[in-house]
Design a protein around this ligand. Structure first.
Ligand SMILES: NC(=O)c1ccc[n+]([C@@H]2O[C@H](COP(=O)([O-])OP(=O)(O)OC[C@H]3O[C@@H](n4cnc5c(N)ncnc54)[C@H](O)[C@@H]3O)[C@@H](O)[C@H]2O)c1
Length: 325
């Protein structure tokens, strides 16, 4: 790429490159294998909190040599934005040339954040869920409720989704969309337990809270099930968490950091991070009966695995706007 300019990609440009969820899931698995081998540089994310403490803007840098990827996501999460008609998650991602350090692209990060988080659930599930998993419970029918299904469809023979949202109309709208898009049978359920018991895979994707609301109780999750805690431990009573045979995460150092600042105060011992699962350093599921969980925190690694693919496709297809440095 010429050294005096960078490619700006809006959210519409990023989507127009046509990257598929299946490609993103595969790419994340490659990136986590590199992480497992210790070949990724990714410092813990620093953040600022303008206004109230629930607002955040995080800096998320990572370097993945094998993917020739270096850069940073600068991502905001402002819970009150829903009332303003604005997205909760927003931000930009800067991609740098790993040889010269020069910025080569700036792109919107909303789509990448949605897709890579779903993809991380699918990679974790590949190692921790039963391969014949066909019923998924979704708690929180928003952006993540959608992208997690889109990713799980890539890896599993899904047939049925049990959808719960605190807002029933949101769940109804979601059910119609997901059933039309993926040809799945989607039922709207009246209470959270119906989206947990009887499900092979459970995804909780409501608001993240420092003090969990602990709605999901011990005994609700079936033997042999897998859960992805996209909203951290917010939804889970500690008794339910401690029933898991293998409690995993995407990065243990970042999990410890979150614990230091008040999250994840009552979780079981961590079995493995996703890099250790993908490289086989630690075993994934070993029996059909075990209950497994992952609390993936969302890593810069995920974003930096996907961003170069988007940039290359955009250049090939003439998408985006060149800006002079
Ligand atoms: N771990 C990660 O990598 C990662 C990445 C992105 C987002 N997140 C988190 O995932 C969560 C969902 O994000 P999103 O972008 O889908 O948000 P969203 O606003 O699009 O959707 C959230 C949905 O949850 C519903 N909801 C609120 N409280 C609920 C409850 N108690 N039970 C069931 N539903 C409830 C809302 O009505 C809404 O439909 C957020 O907490 C976000 O911070 C995590």
């Amino acid at each position: 790429m010429p050294e005096n300019r960078l490619l700006y990609l809006s959210q519409a440009d990023v989507i127009a490159t046509g990257l598929t969820m299946s490609e993103i899931v595969d790419q994340l698995e490659v990136a986590f294998r590199e992480k497992g081998k210790g070949l990724v540089e990714m410092p813990p994310k620093p953040g600022i909190h303008p206004g109230n403490r629930d607002n955040f803007i995080h800096a998320m840098p990572a370097y993945i040599p094998a993917l020739k990827s270096a850069g940073m996501k600068w991502v905001s999460g402002f819970p009150e934005n829903e009332k303003r008609g604005l997205p909760y998650i927003s931000g930009l991602l800067i991609l740098n040339d790993p040889d010269t350090g020069l910025p080569i692209s700036v792109m919107d990060c909303i789509w990448i954040t949605a897709m890579r988080t779903g993809a991380a659930t699918a990679v974790s599930a590949k190692y921790l869920a039963r391969h014949d998993s066909s019923t998924v419970g979704i708690l929180g029918c928003g952006v993540q409720g959608r992208s997690n299904i889109e990713a799980l469809v890539v890896e599993f023979p899904l047939e049925q989704v049990m959808a719960y949202d605190i807002n029933k109309n949101t769940a109804k709208f979601y059910a119609k969309e997901i059933s039309d898009r993926f040809g799945l049978e989607v039922g709207v359920v009246d209470n959270p337990k119906q989206a947990v018991s009887g499900c092979d895979i459970v995804v909780t994707a409501g608001p993240i809270l420092k003090k969990p609301h602990s709605t999901i109780k011990g005994g609700w999750m079936d033997e042999g099930a897998f859960a992805s805690l996209v909203d951290f431990d917010s939804y889970w009573h500690s008794d339910a968490l401690h029933e898991s045979n293998k409690f995993c995460t995407d990065d243990i150092a970042q999990l410890r950091h979150y614990q230091e600042i008040g999250y994840f105060q009552n979780i079981p011992p961590v079995h493995a991070d996703l890099g250790e699962l993908v490289t086989g350093m630690k075993p994934g599921r070993q029996t059909p009966e075990e209950k497994n969980m992952t609390a993936n925190l969302g890593l810069a690694l995920d974003d930096m695995a996907v961003a170069p693919m988007i940039c290359h496709r955009a250049v090939e297809q003439g998408i985006g706007k060149w800006l002079t440095l």
